[in-house]
Design a protein around this ligand. Sequence first.
Ligand SMILES: Nc1nc2c([nH]c(=O)n2[C@H]2C[C@H](O)[C@@H](COP(=O)(O)OP(=O)(O)OP(=O)(O)O)O2)c(=O)[nH]1
Length: 127
Amino acid sequence: MVVGAALVRDGRLLVQQRAFPEDVAGLWEIPGGRVEPGETDVEGLRRECREELGVDVVVGDRVGAEVTLPNGMLFRVYAVTLDGAVEPRAVEHRALRWVTASELVELDWLPADQAFLPDLLARISPE
Ligand SMILES: Nc1nc2c([nH]c(=O)n2[C@H]2C[C@H](O)[C@@H](COP(=O)(O)OP(=O)(O)OP(=O)(O)O)O2)c(=O)[nH]1
């Protein structure tokens, strides 16, 4: 299971640019990662947000449908909010951006993410 965070603030979604592995470096994704054995989705997503962004989050409702990744893993997205005043920073990634709806559709996304872009767009207030 892979979990992803849909973090929207002031009508913008937080996205991050992968630095590795080489075949996907430069592509954009939402924060998250693999759920470890013994973790719930919520625990895994909170851990990944601490590791990748250096922030605590509150995990809310599911966003969109589950997607099957090319490696066979399931990918689930959850709405999250920041828990505290710490600003997210790119710990493991090349860059972070808060994007509007029109910027979101222009990014080079990891291929699997195309499936839930409409659900992410629906979470961003119209410009
Ligand atoms: N975090 C994240 N992973 C995604 C997205 N879309 C997508 O296909 N993936 C895939 C890439 C990887 O195969 C898998 C999770 O990758 P990851 O590198 O973030 O997870 P992780 O931190 O647990 O990885 P690892 O270093 O332990 O291998 O999910 C996305 O939007 N966000």
